[in-house]
Write a protein that binds this ligand. Structure first.
Ligand code: PAF
Length: 289
């Protein structure tokens, strides 16, 4: 196996057999699950993994199960060579990049990990079946890699809450580590989908992080004030050119993703999704009310 000390190219495993051989003597293992098109946000997850484990595995798999029929599965950016070079820079030991037919040899699996009620709110309401697709592939990756820990970005707040819930409910022996949202200098949260934005769309999209900043400033005044502060910024952005078309804005309990009551005290997540042009973006802020 490649030593983590040298920054040479990671071993690229394409099949479960190759992965098993690559991890024969792995010791403490950290998994960073990704769909590729790696950006600074992913690199920050790899750095956390690198600090915590002897062996770092990055999975790169654009999972068809988590895309709806009208979503961007076909045009999702793919660049295994570029991604592997970035993994090499971060001292990643193994890249697991299976083909779709390797992960799903019989096509859509008959048995999946259902995301349930918690997976049908917010992102789940806008993207039916999305979280069942995510949890199913994450469970498969956990079984294939058998990591001691797995690092997920907190930008996908509902995703990481559901993964934690799956790990607890199914007694999966893996620690879930959250990595803070990484933002570009203009405030836009790092995302593989940012490459779809034109310069004008990107300027409009900055309203997302501005609305979260406004909400943060209102956190001391309670839940209603937080929602109102963010909504005011987004209402203005809805009239901008190009407009920001809000999908949802919700203040929720971080563990269950149920709506926080007006009198809620303590931790909460303000989560939002919006479309700018044809690009759908999500963002969130962790707040203490
Ligand atoms: O966050 C992502 O990139 C994906 O949802 C994940 C966790 C890699 C599963 O396909």
């Amino acid at each position: 196996m490649t030593s983590s000390a040298d920054r040479s190219a990671p071993l690229v495993a394409r099949t479960p057999g190759e992965l098993r051989r690559a991890l024969a003597d792995a010791g403490t293992t950290a998994l960073v699950p990704t769909m590729g098109a790696l950006h600074e946000g992913h690199l920050s997850l790899m750095r956390i993994a690198r600090e915590r484990a002897r062996t770092v595995v990055v999975s790169i798999f654009v999972n068809p199960l988590q895309f709806g029929p009208d979503e961007d599965f076909d045009r999702y950016p793919r660049d295994l060579e570029g991604d592997t070079a970035l993994c090499a820079r971060e001292g990643v030991d193994v890249v697991f990049a299976p083909a779709t037919g390797t992960m799903y040899p019989a096509g859509r699996p008959a048995v999946t990990v259902e995301a349930g009620e918690m997976g049908s709110r917010l992102e789940g309401a806008s993207r039916p079946g999305h979280f069942t697709g995510v949890l199913t592939v994450v469970a498969k990756l956990f079984h294939l890699v058998r990591p001691d820990l797995a690092v997920f970005g907190e930008k996908d707040a509902q995703q990481i809450a559901l993964v934690r819930r799956m790990v607890a409910d199914l007694d999966l022996p893996v620690e879930i580590v959250g990595a803070p949202i990484l933002r570009d200098p203009d405030g836009l949260a790092s995302s593989s989908r940012n490459v779809y934005l034109s310069a004008d769309e990107r300027a409009s999209a900055l309203a997302l992080s501005r609305s979260l900043e406004a909400a943060r400033g209102a956190a001391g005044a309670g839940a209603a004030a937080v929602r109102a502060a963010a909504a005011a910024v987004l209402a203005e952005a809805a009239a901008a050119r190009p407009p920001v078309r809000l999908d949802y804005l919700a203040l929720v309990d971080p563990a269950t993703f149920t709506e926080a009551a007006d009198g809620h005290r303590g931790d909460a997540v303000l989560a939002l999704a919006a479309r700018v042009g044809s690009t759908r973006l999500i963002d969130n802020a962790s707040l203490t009310l």
